[in-house]
Design a protein around this ligand. Sequence first.
Ligand SMILES: C[S@@+](CC[C@H](N)C(=O)[O-])C[C@H]1O[C@@H](n2cnc3c(N)ncnc32)[C@H](O)[C@@H]1O
Length: 294
Amino acid sequence: MDKQDIIKKLNKSINSKFLEDINKRGLFDAVSHWDKKASHFDKKKFDTKDEQTYVKSIFDYIDSRISIKSDYSFLDVGAGTGILSIPLGNLSHKVTALDPSKNMLDILKTKSEETNACKYITLINKRWREAELEKDYQIHDIAIAHRSLGMISLDSKMNSDFNDAIMKLHNSAKKAVFIFFPGISDINTIISENLDYSKGKREAFSDFEVSGDGIYNFVYTLGFYPRVDYIEIENIEHFNNVDEAVQKYMKYWKLDAKDDYSLVLDVLKQQRILDDDGYVFDNKKRIKILWWKK
Ligand SMILES: C[S@@+](CC[C@H](N)C(=O)[O-])C[C@H]1O[C@@H](n2cnc3c(N)ncnc32)[C@H](O)[C@@H]1O
């Protein structure tokens, strides 16, 4: 089998795993899904302090690998509401944020206008695989897909093509490509492994998107010699009593059944750090990273 055949075979397998995963989540039209989710997505994830800590960890990581210079340009693919594009706009004078969801980009734009960053951010409201290098955007120093690799592989018919999406990231960067997978906390990992998704009302974490299963081999086969790493973010949570903690996770996962209460309670018991002052949990977050230099 020659290299092109191996690439085709691996691509087919990753695409089918991913599509199976998003079908399980009931995601049949990515753009309208994110349009509907936009304002909730922007509020849900973090409080401001957590978001700053998170973004700082991501930037410190990039800087530790490629020493960011102030004249570097950044391409943020599947930029969403701008968790990275906006702080990047405060760091660099050339940031391009691409996203096919107009509602996500509208939030990004409004938020960037509260800072100086808006002057340096160019928006592209397109799917990644539809954007054309040289016509829609120029080559950037760094290309980033942050929690968006699966999504950016999709076309308008919801067919995925990781080969096309990853080659394009590679060809759009002069210095390096960074792919960040969604971080998941220890408590949510265990809860998600134990939930009964057949009840249909919960959105499972996408196994594929979190683990990036198979992507390393694929990128290696493409000849890009990726490195894999993890950022760990400390996340100690304090509650006055265990019920308060259980309620938080029940709400997050939209749980109500009695069985679910004991499931969450059991998980929390495992994660509890003994502390006389109340209920303290070690809920570390781990973010997987794949990146390569050009
Ligand atoms: C999980 S969100 C991540 C947003 C942002 N990078 C972050 O980490 O907060 C995934 C994003 O991918 C975008 N997306 C969906 N389909 C896409 C496509 N075909 N090309 C590029 N982005 C896409 C969605 O609109 C959404 O904003």
